[in-house]
Design a protein around this ligand. Structure first.
Ligand code: ADP
Ligand code: 5GP
Length: 201
């Protein structure tokens, strides 16, 4: 193959975007990491999930989540609206199939911040998805971050810590692992993964 042909074919890569799945225990830093990544890669988009969880005071409906009643969530399940959905910490969370498909077709890379059950569902579908597990450097630091976020009641924090242990068991199923200790290093690792995926043939 001639160099010109290689470059021409590479540049004609299908314009479909890729999915970047970010999973990991609640409090590991997925939200903060994806916020940083969106400023580094302005063409990337973050999927806004649907949930039955109660809205937190600082959250905005449609920006952080689409907050639904259990009945409305069930209706969307029945209509097949979700690319994936799961029960996490006792509440339902799901990703909008139509939005993700549309954005991928427009050539955007899309970040899905979803739990390990949702990640498994996405990976079973024939989609261009890269899976990344975000872990805290220790359980002590995870607890400190959960407490520092001041979002959850003590009971909810206990539930999230317990769930973290089960989620960590699933980390080996992912393509990449980021240990989110020093934030700038974790951001750089995630950026490198994204850049590497974009160079794939
Ligand atoms: P997740 O989205 O995984 O539940 P968050 O992004 O909300 O986690 O992070 C949990 C808390 O920990 C937040 O208060 C966030 O600012 C903080 N945090 C995240 N990453 C780091 C880091 N590397 N160093 C210090 N604090 C962090
Ligand atoms: P939180 O209630 O702290 O916002 O989110 C709790 C957990 O729910 C997150 O750590 C994330 O793993 C998971 N989650 C958020 N959105 C979705 C989604 O659309 N699908 C799935 N399967 N999990 C989600």
């Amino acid at each position: 193959m001639k160099l010109e042909q290689l470059i021409a074919e590479y540049r004609q890569k299908p314009s479909q975007g890729r999915i970047f799945i970010l999973s990991g225990p609640s409090g590991a830093g997925k939200t903060l990491l994806s916020r940083k990544i969106l400023t580094l890669f302005p063409d990337m988009l973050l999927s806004v999930s649907y949930t039955t969880r109660k809205q937190r005071p600082q959250e905005v409906d449609g920006r952080d989540y689409f907050f639904l009643t259990p009945e409305d969530f069930q209706r969307k399940i029945d209509q097949g609206d979700f690319l994936e959905w799961a029960i996490v910490h006792g509440q339902k969370y799901g990703t909008c199939r139509k939005w993700v498909t549309e954005k991928l077709n427009q050539g955007h890379d899309v970040i899905l911040e979803i739990d390990v059950q949702g990640a498994e569902q996405v990976q079973r579908q024939n989609l261009p998805a890269c899976s990344i597990f975000v872990a805290p450097p220790s359980m002590e630091i995870l607890l400190r971050r959960l407490k520092g976020r001041k979002n959850e009641a003590e009971m909810d924090i206990a539930k999230r810590l317990k769930n973290a242990e089960a989620e960590i068991q699933k980390a080996p199923d992912y393509q990449y692992l980021i240990i989110n200790d020093v934030l700038s290093e974790a951001v750089e690792q995630l950026a490198s993964i994204i850049r590497a995926q974009r160079c794939r043939l």
